[in-house]
Design a protein around this ligand. Structure first.
Ligand code: ADP
Ligand code: MG
Length: 248
């Protein structure tokens, strides 16, 4: 089982859109896939038409097998562990437990035999929930909007994952919401391409189809088959899958 977290310190950069589309494509490839929506806003659950609710609230997760809370999506091989609004309290719940940074990892151990891939849609920020996610992940995929601040964001993140306790965690960055007509976007992308090893070759353009996911509530490829956005996510997923195979 490989655990892939969609994470950035910043909000509104495409974490959720990417988690939903990549998990969908992974599942389409025949992999048993779980998407864990750990953002209290529940946008990933919403996009897959699943109610952002855990019976008994997030506290109940700890007591029982988490499979009790897993829902089947409308798509083959793709399951979802929904968000819950009171996930906001998850920080406090984790904090009250021993090994408070290893709770997500521990909960995932119980499903390790069932899934080939687990995608985690992460909230932004540097909270205890985020630390838990980073401890559980094999790979962090981080969307980056090519702006003047993106270098700084990336430096912060790189610094953060350098923590000794996160040794072995890979950080791969991809550009998101790219507008190739904007000179600034092109310049920043060019500048970063020469500096960063973990940078993905594929990027996600700004696309009205991706934006419409929240209205139609489905992965982009489902309702816009040959759209630029869908093709971009497909390309990104093959690159990620290939790299994971190459890197073991
Ligand atoms: N490539 C894209 N092109 C256009 N709109 C996008 C794209 N990716 C995401 N969005 C839209 O931008 C908003 C923020 O994206 P989201 O994935 O929710 O970001 P995050 O999870 O990082 O907060 C959402 O309304 C989403 O539909
Ligand atoms: Mg989100």
């Amino acid at each position: 089982m490989k655990v892939i977290a969609l994470y950035s310190i910043k909000g509104g950069v495409g974490k959720t859109a990417s988690a939903v589309n990549l998990a969908y494509m992974c599942a389409q490839g025949g992999n048993h896939t779980l998407l864990w929506d750990l953002d209290p806003q529940g946008a990933a659950s919403f996009n897959l038409r699943i109610k952002a609710k855990l019976a008994g609230g997030p506290k109940a997760l700890f007591g029982r097998d988490i499979m009790r809370y897993v829902k089947q999506s409308d798509y083959d091989n793709l399951d979802l562990l929904p968000a819950d609004f009171s996930n906001r309290k998850l920080d406090l719940l984790f904090d009250a437990r021993t090994r408070r940074k290893q709770q997500v990892r521990r909960l995932l151990e119980s499903v390790a035999d069932r899934y080939d891939y687990v995608f985690i849609d992460s909230p932004p920020g540097l909270t205890l929930v985020v630390e838990n996610i980073l401890r559980a992940a094999d790979l962090v995929l981080s969307p980056l909007i090519p702006s003047t601040l993106s270098l700084r964001t990336l430096d912060q993140l790189t610094e953060f994952v350098r923590h000794p306790k996160l040794r072995g965690l890979r950080l791969w960055v991809f550009f998101s919401m790219v507008d190739v007509r904007r000179q600034l976007h092109r310049e920043v992308m060019k500048q970063l391409a020469t500096q960063r090893q973990g940078l993905m070759r594929h990027f996600i353009p700004y696309s009205s189809d991706i934006e419409r996911m929240g209205v139609i509530r489905a992965p982009v490829e489902v309702f816009a088959r040959r759209s630029q956005g869908g093709l971009a996510y497909r390309g990104l997923w093959s690159e990620v899958a290939r790299r994971l195979t190459d890197h073991g």
